[in-house]
Design a protein around this ligand. Structure first.
Ligand code: LLP
Length: 416
């Protein structure tokens, strides 16, 4: 596999573009994505699923940049969306409506209507209340809403952080396993509903195939019983969650995953839908930041950068670990440092207690593996403009989102 961020002669590049060139053009902090790496990962998964009819519905929440979405749309990706805003983006990027899955526990009536109007493939319904609201709305609009119920199989998934565990019963997600069959039978008789599939999503950053297999067994059993009671199905949606490598260990392999899943799905004759986010884009992104100051205090050495928790919240919110690389390796002495941002919060850090080449003020650092849940979770906290985003394809670099301006920060405020 080609490397998204190769280093040669000490200098880190994205594909064939030195990161220093990108910074001279667009400054820091800067998100950089490799289109080649995204395509390669999509092709790997697509190939592994080839034995069955399938849809890779990219989870837009991981990275909704239109350039990223267009790159995936061109490969034949669909989208897994969780809001009207994500629907808008997915359609703008040219993802066909009939490849869009609408997930999420709290869809408003406006969002349901937008999905119906667009003609999406299915709503992944997460509660009885939502099912009734959707049926009523569809009837009023003279339509039938295509639906899968998101079932909660009560699997305690091994994810690195409790906040990304969604498959056990005591989370807000999905419909309780015990209730699923009866609700399907009700849904099948609702005038505004057309049952299309079964949906499950058990968590994020899962590095083992076992939990997916467990979820599949549950879904297969449910599918069998539904077919017995003449509820017709078209697809099984196994959600996202495929884990990637942050610290250099093994990521989940699409082939291993598929080996456990695909044969059993093939027997059902149903379409397989998956909703990966991180797996497709996580390793394809880096955040470039400039060191402002280096200072010592309390027995610690702090490297203060121009990117902070408002740009990348994973370290402080999930104790997420991201490699920090010097953009230009200078062979400096190594030391233990905290890489911290400019935000007025003790929780504002990108890396803690990190053994690395101690950088000097003015030098550039690359925070790695931030293509997923990086920019998409960024904010303007402390009235900081959000970073620009660049998509690199071979020798070509394209600005796919300009840096925000101070005017952008106040643009939505009225009555001034
Ligand atoms: N489908 C559903 C219904 C989801 O809730 C999610 C993620 C996905 C698919 C995609 O999951 P993925 O393949 O990316 O693991 N912000 C956290 C991750 C939150 C995931 C939320 N749901 C993080 O930075 O680790």
């Amino acid at each position: 596999a080609a490397q998204a961020f190769p280093r040669s002669g000490g200098l880190l590049s994205c594909e064939q573009v030195p990161l220093t060139d990108l910074v001279s053009r667009w400054g820091t902090p800067l998100y950089v994505y490799s289109a080649g790496a995204i395509r390669e990962r999509f092709a790997e998964l697509d190939g592994a699923l080839a034995p069955v009819p399938h849809l890779i519905a990219y989870s837009v929440k991981a990275n909704g940049n239109l350039g990223v979405l267009r790159t995936l749309a061109a490969m034949g990706a669909g989208a897994d969306i969780v809001s009207g805003g994500e629907l808008h983006r997915a359609l703008m990027a040219g993802i066909p409506a009939d490849r869009i899955m609408f997930s999420g526990v709290g869809k408003t009536v406006h969002e349901l209507a937008a999905g119906l109007n667009a003609g999406i493939k299915a709503f992944n319904v997460e509660s009885e209340g939502e099912l009734c609201a959707l049926s009523d709305l569809a009837c009023a609009m003279g339509m039938r809403a295509p639906v899968a119920l998101r079932v909660n199989p009560d699997i305690d998934t091994p994810t690195p952080h409790a906040y990304t565990r969604t498959g056990h019963a005591a989370t807000k997600f999905g419909i309780a396993a015990a209730r699923a069959r009866s609700l399907y039978n009700i849904a099948a008789k609702m005038p505004g509903i057309r049952v299309r599939g079964i949906d499950v999503h058990i968590g994020s950053q899962i590095l083992e195939v076992g939990p997916f297999r467990q979820a599949l067994e549950y879904v297969l059993d449910l599918a069998y019983h539904l077919r017995q009671s003449e509820v017709e199905l078209e697809f099984l949606d196994l959600g996202g969650g495929l884990g990637i490598s942050y610290e250099g260990g093994d990521r989940i392999s699409a082939a291993d995953w598929a080996a456990e899943i695909v044969p059993a799905v093939a027997e059902t004759g149903l379409q397989l839908v998956v909703e990966p986010g991180r797996f497709l884009v996580g390793e394809a992104g880096a955040l470039l930041t400039r060191v402002l100051y280096v200072k010592e205090g309390g027995g610690k050495r702090f490297v203060i950068t121009d990117a902070g928790m408002n740009d990348l919240i994973r370290p402080s919110h999930y104790s997420g670990w991201h490699a920090v690389e010097p953009v230009e390796a200078a062979g400096r002495e190594r030391g233990r440092v905290d890489v911290v941002g400019p935000i007025c919060e003790t929780g504002d850090f990108l890396a803690l207690d990190r053994e690395m080449e101690v950088p000097r003020p003015g030098e550039l650092l690359a925070i790695m593996t931030v293509g997923a849940y990086g920019f998409s979770m960024s904010s303007q906290y402390n009235q900081r403009t959000r970073p620009a985003e660049v998509l690199v394809d071979g020798k070509e670099a394209t600005l796919v989102r300009r840096r925000e301006t101070l005017d952008d920060l106040v643009a939505a405020e009225i009555g001034l």
